[in-house]
Write a protein that binds this ligand. Sequence first.
Ligand code: TXE
Length: 485
Amino acid sequence: MTEIPARIRNFIDGQFLEPIGSKYLDNIEPATGKPYSQVPDSDTRDVDLAVAAAEKAFHDWSNKPAAERSRFLLRIADLIERDLEKFSRAESIDTGKPISLARTLDIPRAVANFRFFATAILHTESEAHITDNVAFNYTLRQPRGIAGLISPWNLPLYLLSWKIAPAIAVGNTAIAKPSELTPMTAYMLCEIAREAGLPNGVLNVVHGTGPNVGAAITAHPKINTISFTGGTVTGRKVAEACAPLFKKVSLELGGKNPNIIFADADLDTAIAGSVRSSFANQGQVCLCGSRVFVERSAYKDFVDRFIDKASQLKIGDPLDEKTDQGAIVNKTQLDKIKFYVDLAQKEGGKITLGGSPSRPPNERCREGYFFPPTVITGLLVSCRTNREEIFGPVVTITPFDNEEEVIAYANDCDYGLASSVWTQNLSRAHRVAEQINTGTVWVNCWLLRDLRVPFGGMKQSGVGREGGEEALRFFTEPKNVCIAK
Ligand code: TXE
């Protein structure tokens, strides 16, 4: 892709196609608030076309040796890496995130996702069980068929590749629906897939809205596996749609993640890590630590130094290499952030940093969606601001007096996605990690990812796990074959 296309198209059966209904949505650039491209506003007819293509491709693709499927994924990874700069620029324009973040996190991670699953399928172990002197059992793990992959706007290629790679690596064919807010790098991925020679129909991308395309995917009887990442409200709709059709569903949903700092922590590291986990991607990462808890004896020092460090983050044009904080993805999200900052003040909170929209000085961003890193103190743990996902650069900081109290605070939440614990006391680290109800507990770090480990949330943060062996198992059907002796 040379320039950003004025209008992108669906990718079905290896072809770039206009939506059957010929309708398009404007794709708004977050940094300017203005349309910069158009996205197909597809519907069930386009999903039906994609299902036919995926069905046609399934037999040959699922019967290819793993090493052959692996080579396609490795070629896709190499081509994304070759086009790192183009993907980073497109991701930055589409999402509003700083181009430096797209270049160092989003796109390299998409490359890593394809490479990881391309090689993981070459080393899977098979199981056999001998039943005394009676029988021999072995387990086949076979591809399930057509996988429906629905992804959100915050880390578009990062999260979509996290689904596409394992789904097709094990032999399924896939129909992906990126968020209509940030479709560009999914479109570019289709160009790469075609250049890599991926057989037609293995990967299909149908662009459009949740109600028109997402719902058509979850309702389609021939799509028997659904992997969804998005908000909890929508996740509930997806689960409701899939249940009567007995589909296998993985839901990666929202979070309201605790970030716990004990007084014995290395405060320099904890502060740097906490500023990053609070404001990375403008706080639009489901794993962000939006509820910060600090042991009382270190509280004032932490707050002063945290605010000092956060105030140095540069809000700017996402395409400026020096920008640390880019734009919020759209006006809806910006209004949501403003709503919660107002609510926090009504609930007795004190804005100790930020709190009102501010824009970069340059003309290009004059009408963009920007909000500064915002810190709120003095709130009750039980208030709405501390219980509801804001999904923006807004954190609360609350003191605590002992381990039991902060574990109770951390767990007093409808979500259970991730948490961070900062302490140099190893026994305490193990003890606290065991008791926090989140799918991931980071100790003296944040967002440090090993792709082999199970990843996902508890409670309203989701159902199921993706990553590593868990993802390969999610996208396959185990069959036990029992042979009598
Ligand atoms: O997510 P949605 P949105 C949270 C965050 C955010 C809220 C809403 O709090 O404010 O969710 O964000 C598709 N059937 N997270 O609106 O609606 C939709 O088109 C099938 C956390 O972006 O969940 C998009 O492709 N699909 C999350 C995808 O679902 C449907 C990251 C996600 O959209 C659908 C993003 C339907 N009925 C938001 N309706 C995380 N865990 O990282 C919509 N979609």
